[in-house]
Design a protein around this ligand. Sequence first.
Ligand code: NAD
Length: 474
Amino acid sequence: MAEDGLAKFSLRQNVDLMVERAFSVLELDEGLANAIRACQAVIQLTFPVEIKGKVEVFSGWRAVHSTHRLPVKGGIRFAPIVDQDEVEGLASLMTYKCAIVDVPFGGSKGGLKIDPRNYTREEMQRITRRFARELASRGFLSPALNVPAPDVGTGQREMAWIADTYKQLFPEDINYQACVTGKPVHHGGIRGRVEATGRGVQYGIHEFFRHGADVKEAGLNPGLGGQRVVVQGFGNVGFHAAKFLSEEDEAKIIAIVERDGFLFHEDGINVAQAREYLTANDSLRGYPDAEFCEDRDLGLEIDCDILIPAALEGVIHSENADRIKARLIVEAANGPITFEADEILKKKGVAVLPDSLMNAGGVVVSYFEWIRNLSHIRFGRIERRFDEMRGQHIISALESMTNNKVPDWMRSEIIRGADELDLVRSGLDDTMRLAYNEIREQKLTHDAVTDLRTAAYVIAVRKISRSYLDLGVY
Ligand code: NAD
């Protein structure tokens, strides 16, 4: 799904070229580097489905990049332009991402060549179920081996169909719900998964802004409030990131770039309203409270503080990298900056928070969902009331010792037991903070590492190569 064929290298080549920098910093043995680079398995599926009385043939792929940890994990995208090379590249990115955020999975990715907008709900259900059956019958869908999740063009609805198809095929598998993540909560999903990737983007940006030196180096003013933000892609990831940043951090979303143009308002756009408009009209054109411009490419070049590409790969390339005016680029999408553009941005001094960290929120919360499914219990179910009771005892003890009443607001804060959403957010925030700091530390302590992306890959490759050597897979 690279943008308009402007990228010189494919997504997979771009990822490999970027990881190459880490291989060279670590002076990795060439054979081991080749083993890490290689995609271990990929399956192409071609299957017929009857649509409106006619047989249509669909093609899909599922790539498994590395099985050094099992299961392997990665989204399934439904898009008109998807191919084997893209799926392999995205699978490798998943391996590195999981290693960076310490999620014990290998990397995988799937894709089905389809434009979901051309089919009814019932047709999509038949196509998705057939794809799931093909994957499961070949060992590419299983709680122990390969666990998909939502990506571009898929969401809770598709994940519920996939889980149900697997259950019908393997009713004796007590862990059937764990065969896929990103399910609706009432079908074994976890609270906070839908917005997890956008939430992770927000937490990653928070951590960046906690480090004054990083903010200064990027040429930004301290504090997230008032920063002018441009978001490209107003789907699951872009919408949630924009919503949280504007509603909770008071950042100004001055432009939203979509497939047919972009919205602009210097004072900021109301994100929830714009999203409602997009859902109702399938376009942002005609939205009353901001200017609409048809040239979507110009949207990326707007003068802003933070640019968040959250649509597809290869959108910042050698042709437009020089014209990017943002001081900070936050990669919410996978692979939005090509290798060549990355080099140009580095020379320009633009700070880049890499995809391998910034969009990891999805897989982190998917990991929580998978654990929830395997343990067959909602997080917080057992301890919540006990924690509340203990909080109540602490307050009673305080009051009797001081002869003073604890104010109501403090009482409710102290006695509140954490529910599932609190725990998911806490786990995600902790993961993003720890990973950012590990990457930052790597950059600061290694002369040959001059950017956060290379630092992240150095950490990932170090962990993966250790695992390959320990296990003797090499
Ligand atoms: P989505 O399908 O929900 O949204 C994508 C949005 O981008 C849509 O609104 C679409 O109209 C828009 N778009 C398409 N082409 C565009 C273009 N040329 N210019 C501007 N906008 C365009 O997909 P998503 O789940 O939000 O995923 C977006 C990116 O984030 C992808 O790179 C995906 O791999 C990555 N990602 C997603 C998740 C997740 O949990 N969904 C997790 C990690 C990474």
